[in-house]
Ligand binder design. Structure first.
Ligand code: F6P
Length: 539
């Protein structure tokens, strides 16, 4: 069954939301809390080690009722079934979307083209496990017989951001292997990494679903050339492995067939860290931690698939986000983890969210006249408090924010943890309440300064409190956002799993590259021609 193609703005719920918005748009959340002492309890979902409080949003019971009705009217229930049952919901690329299969138990069934993919999924997991153990136990050695000390992940986009984010997030669980990530085609990136490497003890993991990506192939070739200055061709089989769907091209690169970890076209790049794309994660934290990450994601999958919408974490988050995006016309959302370990989390989600839902044509191929994908940005607290929080508190833009915190500190330093969490709680309270003129005056503020110190408040936040940052809870957290992306794509009536928008720039770049060594094509606009000539003249 194809995905429904309902224009959300033509639903009854949307029209009711529009009317309702006019009535509540100026209501202050402070008043909503004052009117209903049970608000926080009602607007909290407790699930496993997750505590999601969404009460600090500009919503009422009625808003939620209409939003849930919207989910029904656009056919979200059937869409979820279609995704989980392996239907071709990535219609523009003719593919199923089954990253959920990668973290499902062995006994599950996910059928693609009439075949259950689970035996293959588990064969690859088995390969990841044995490879990881061989490297970590020093059984797999480099060309001079030494154990590996360093791993370089070579990939970009989904073949880099997920593994890099997770390896950093799980640093506490990390072993002695030093991991490096090379992604940018900027040669300074790879050369800075090379400075830290010893060819005898470095393992290279080339990750590219297509094995055609310019950045990844350039970096892989540069690293291979560098490696071959110290070793002969035979040593490549010991030091280079690849993760790809394009086995032929991997072999042509010179990689031994046994060192290829397959993946499948029913796994999108930005949803692929659960596959062999996560090999570097497994090497960095050990296979059992990698497996726990997958198990956590699977628990969130079950929650999303089976829970009623009014207590379904990804569904509620998605609906609230649609409310701000399409009715308040908020353009962006901030993700603020109160954990330095999640330093790369917002960057990772930028690809997941913006590459998926940055679309302006509906599922029938017609241009859309309402807003879709939100702009995602963010940095960990408390650093971000000293950087961009001023604008969230007192700027003119409405920026809904997700605050993510962990009850327990991994290193157990309670003094730091209490300070961190007091900031985590204080910021959402300040964003909710603001500060009135009367309060500012009471602080003996000079009258001419009073207006500058008033905070309107009424700035929406979700607070997600998780017990501890562990491989399992991280898996749940990532999967939560994956499902939020899906729900929003369904509501906006767009295809979330293609990314044709990134192709044009790639095609033009390859044309321009040729012009550096030949004549400049006159078909360029005058600005591009001038810039191109400027580079040619000076480089
Ligand atoms: O830039 C687009 C993109 O196709 C992403 O979707 C993908 O994650 C990235 O490039 C890398 O692609 P590959 O894994 O095929 O090298």
């Amino acid at each position: 069954m194809a995905l429904p193609t309902k224009n959300p703005t033509e639903t009854k719920a949307w029209k009711q939301l529009q009317k309702h918005f006019e009535a509540v748009k100026d209501v202050h959340m402070k008043d909503l809390f004052a009117q209903d002492k049970n608000r926080a309890n009602k607007m909290t979902i407790k699930w496993e080690d997750f505590y999601l409080d969404f009460s600090k949003n500009r919503i009422t019971d009625e808003t939620l009722k209409h939003l849930l009705q919207l989910a029904e009217e656009v056919g979200l229930k059937d869409a979820i079934k279609s995704q989980f049952s392996g239907e071709i919901i990535n219609e523009t690329e003719g593919r199923a979307v089954l990253h959920t299969a990668l973290r499902a138990p062995k006994s599950s069934k996910f059928i693609v083209d009439g075949e259950n993919v689970m035996p293959e999924v588990y064969a690859v997991k088995q390969k990841i496990e044995s490879f990881t153990n061989e490297v970590l136990k020093g059984k797999r050695k480099g060309f001079t017989g030494k154990a590996f000390t360093d791993v370089v992940n070579i990939g970009i986009g989904g073949s880099d951001l997920g593994p890099a984010m997770v390896v950093e997030a799980l640093q506490f669980y990390k072993n002695d292997l030093t991991t490096h990530f090379v992604s940018n085609v900027d040669g300074d990136h790879v050369n800075e990494v090379i400075k830290k490497l010893n060819p005898e003890t470095t393992l290279f993991v080339i990750v590219s679903k297509t094995f055609t990506t310019q950045e990844t192939l350039s970096n892989a070739n540069t690293l291979k050339e560098w490696f071959l200055k110290s070793a002969n061709e035979d040593a490549i089989a010991k030091h280079f492995v690849a993760v790809s769907t394009n086995i032929e091209s991997v072999k042509n690169f010179g990689i031994d067939e046994n060192n290829v970890f397959p993946m499948w076209d029913w796994v999108g790049g930005r949803f692929s860290l659960w596959s062999a794309v996560g090999l570097t994660i497994s090497l960095a934290v050990g296979y059992s931690n990698f497996d726990s990450l997958l198990k956590g994601a699977n628990k969130m999958d079950n929650h999303f698939e089976n829970e009623d919408f009014d207590s379904n974490i990804p569904v509620i988050l998605a609906l609230i986000s649609v409310w701000y995006n399409n009715f308040f016309h908020a353009e962006s959302e901030a993700i603020i983890p109160y954990s330095q370990y999640l330093n790369q989390f917002a960057t990772y989600l930028q690809q997941g969210i913006m590459e998926s839902n940055g679309k302006s044509v509906d599922r029938k191929g017609n241009p859309i006249d309402y807003q879709t994908g939100t702009i995602i940005w963010g940095e960990p607290g408390t650093n971000s408090q000293h950087a961009f929080f001023q604008l969230i508190h007192q700027g003119t833009k409405l920026i809904p924010a997700d605050f993510i915190g962990f009850v327990n500190a991994l290193h157990g330093n309670q003094d730091h943890q209490d300070k961190l969490i007091s900031n985590f709680l204080a910021q959402t309270e300040a964003l909710l309440n603001g500060k009135t003129e009367t309060e500012v005056v009471k602080e003996n503020t000079a009258p001419n300064i009073v207006p500058f110190k008033v905070f309107k408040g009424n700035k929406p936040t979700n607070t997600l409190f998780i017990n501890t940052l562990s491989p399992e809870s991280l898996g749940k957290l990532i999967a939560m956002y994956e499902h939020k992306i899906f729900v929003q794509g369904i509501i906006w009536n767009i295809f979330s799993y293609d990314q044709f928008g990134v192709e044009l720039g790639k095609q033009l770049a390859s044309k321009i590259l040729k012009e550096f060594s030949g004549t400049v094509n006159n078909a360029h606009d005058s600005s591009t021609s001038n810039l191109l000539n400027h580079y040619k003249n000076l480089s």
